[in-house]
Design a protein around this ligand. Sequence first.
Ligand SMILES: Nc1nc2c(c(=O)[nH]1)N[C@H]1C(S)=C(S)[C@@H](COP(=O)(O)O)O[C@H]1N2
Ligand SMILES: [Mo]
Length: 385
Amino acid sequence: MTNELQRRAVLSGAITAAALLHGRAVAQAGANKVIPGSDQPPPVPAPLANVAKGLTRWEDLDSWITPNDKFFSIAHYNRPLIDEKAWRLDVDGMVAKPATLTLNELKALPRHEITSTLECSGNNGLPFLSSLVGNAQWAGASLAEMLRTAQVKGGALEVVFYGVDQGEEVVRKDTPIEAKFNGTFARSMSIDDAMNPANLLCYEMNGSPLPAANGFPVRLIVPGWYGVANVKWLRRIELRDTRYMGRFMGRDYVTVREVQRDGRTTVTETSVGRMLLKSAPARVTLRDGHYQIDGMAWGPVPVAAVEVKIDNGPWVKADLDDSQSEFAWRLWHLDWSPAPGEHTVTSRAIDKAGNSQPAMDDPSIANKKTYWESNGQITRHIRVA
Ligand SMILES: Nc1nc2c(c(=O)[nH]1)N[C@H]1C(S)=C(S)[C@@H](COP(=O)(O)O)O[C@H]1N2
Ligand SMILES: [Mo]
């Protein structure tokens, strides 16, 4: 965290003293030796290199707040560069008071801040998709207040959020009824979900205007939901009385799982929505002969505990940082005295209700046919000299 950011964080009171202390611990860690995992992911294959960018090594995710220059970005179509003076946000459809807002008008609305963790639901779903997660302090206008001002009409069912970015889509490809069209990145939510007071029409990330890659000038922040719900380069908010079934609701980011029902195997196909309970061992450091494992844990509800398994040993409780905020990840640490050689380090998060992050062979992971929502336990490989 930069000094400027720390100063702002202190001023805004949004980051706890413990988090700053941790920041200091990391800053002092210059003398620490980071032992990089011997399991670094392969590079993102060329056709996807523009889709997934800025994948930070787990070892470099070493602070509670992920700085903007270390934050990953995902773009399924183009990466628009928007002129903030020309930018407008339309609020229309089933509302009594449709509106078009400029950036200054949006910024003039009451400002809200939230620190929340954003994870791409593809994270850890494929070998090259790794560390697609970060934690930032977001600021913007309240979506719920905006919707109340627009006066949603009775009978409205969903809110659709459209980005500026577009690309060619094909339905029934290579058949006589193939249809091509120009698709727009969009996601929908129920009105209930959209009215969550935590949701932001966000224009600021860690005290700076949103970077272009993360949605400049305005994006949606939906704390507790997977990345895909957090529409960037926001252009339009539409209220509808029918379900929106665009690519990112109905065809892509659809998790297919085999489930047992009455002794038979059936399949569920569900749109990626709320984040799942997850944790990761991020790095191992060596200082004055002492090893420490650092990681983070996050989920749809606050994480209550993290346990770590070394090789095939027992699960051991890690120390949780008290850098907490309802929707933000928690940092955790474990002292370690390894023998020289190759080791595995596995972590699992546990929530307040006692639910545990599933093992990779748990049916919820093993019987999943698509790669999204891969919240199975992550095992890192570490070679100790
Ligand atoms: N307009 C638009 N919004 C988008 C996307 C996109 O391609 N276009 N990708 C989504 C996905 S899949 C993720 S994981 C998050 C990533 O947010 P970030 O790029 O700020 O890290 O943005 C979401 N919002
Ligand atoms: Mo994503």
